[in-house]
Ligand binder design. Structure first.
Ligand SMILES: NC(=O)c1ccc[n+]([C@@H]2O[C@H](COP(=O)([O-])OP(=O)(O)OC[C@H]3O[C@@H](n4cnc5c(N)ncnc54)[C@H](OP(=O)(O)O)[C@@H]3O)[C@@H](O)[C@H]2O)c1
Length: 300
């Protein structure tokens, strides 16, 4: 008798995990969706997932959530209020690694980031380097490390400034073309891997989105979508950006790592090691995504 494989998805109410869970449920896979908020998980339960709510820094909870799975999707949550963001990443990362060992799961698809090959000086991304190292040390698992570019979805956080100050603002150089990706494109790759479970050892996949795009072009496309085609992109000094982010409620620790990361972008220390290929290029264009931002802008 064959049984349907069980696929466990961490962060199932977040950007990538939510889309992965839905992409797995559509063809009838058995999905265990994990998050911390039962109310937010209810929609996935209605769609047919087994849901488990708990804290991903609770080793016993996570080992139970991973237990019996044929493959799991792991990530480090983004807690931008954490008083010590790197310590928060390390704490969750240690628990994930321990829970994988305790549960005996054999296949792991882990969300990492472009730039995670670099050990330090890349801010938030260095925490993903450390997590890659932890996961690589687990004996006997087949590990797929996904290294996506920056998410299009990050731009939701800029809509308030666009509305209030009439500009898109960040510290990234205006004409630096960088890879950016829709989280649905990451979900498509992760879901396919969880279903196929067809790699062995440690595999790394860069995911570079449809094309490299500059912040000036991003501003122009958002501007068109919201009826302000002249919307400027303004490169702020780090001090001004940092003050704005802390003022918006992000922890100084997270903000310092964010600024270090954008400095690494500007100095081109974060980027593809493979170069763009058909295999690491994904379909969704920024133009395809921008109506979502336009709709969200009209709601604020
Ligand atoms: N943003 C980027 O451009 C980018 C690029 C490359 C890599 N990454 C990496 O992507 C990761 C984030 O992935 P994502 O955007 O898919 O996730 P996300 O949208 O930040 O969602 C995080 C998920 O984890 C859950 N969660 C948060 N804290 C938890 C806790 N203490 N216990 C249990 N569950 C918890 C959240 O639940 P709630 O829904 O209840 O909050 C949510 O389901 C980060 O490691 C980030 O560094 C990001």
């Amino acid at each position: 008798m064959t049984t349907t494989p069980l696929l466990t998805v961490m962060g199932a109410t977040g950007h990538t995990g939510g889309k992965i869970a839905r992409r797995l449920l559509a063809p009838g896979a058995r999905v265990r969706a994990i998050g911390r908020n039962p109310d937010k998980l209810a929609a996935l339960a209605s769609a047919g997932a087994e849901v488990l709510a708990g804290d991903s820094r609770d080793a016993a909870f996570l080992a139970q959530a991973f237990g019996g799975a044929d493959a799991v999707y792991t990530l480090l949550a983004t807690d931008r209020q954490a008083p010590d963001y790197a310590a928060r990443q390390d704490e969750e990362g240690e628990v994930i690694a321990a829970a994988l060992r305790a549960s005996g799961v054999r296949r792991v698809v882990a969300l990492s980031s472009l730039g995670a090959d670099v050990p330090e000086g890349t801010g938030v991304i260095a925490g993903l380097h450390r997590q890659e190292q932890r996961l690589r040390k687990i004996a006997g698992i087949d590990l797929l490390l996904l290294r996506p570019a920056s998410f299009f979805e990050n731009l939701h956080d800029s809509l308030g400034t666009i509305k209030g100050a009439g500009m898109l603002a960040d510290t990234v150089a205006p004409d630096l073309a960088v890879p950016m990706i829709a989280t649905d494109d990451i979900a498509a790759v992760a879901a396919q891997a969880l279903l196929a479970r067809d790699w062995t050892g440690v595999a790394v996949r860069e995911l570079l989105g449809q094309r490299d795009i500059s912040h000036r072009e991003v501003a122009h496309l958002i501007g068109e979508a919201i009826g302000q085609p002249a919307l400027p992109y303004v490169q702020l000094p780090e001090a001004d950006m940092g003050e704005a982010l802390v003022g918006a409620g992000l922890s100084p620790s997270f903000v310092a790592l964010y600024l270090e990361m954008t400095r690494a972008f500007n100095e081109e220390r974060v980027g593809s090691r493979e170069g763009r290929t058909p295999a690491n290029t994904t379909p969704t264009r920024f133009e395809d995504f921008v109506p979502e931002l336009g709709a969200a802008y009209r709601q604020i």
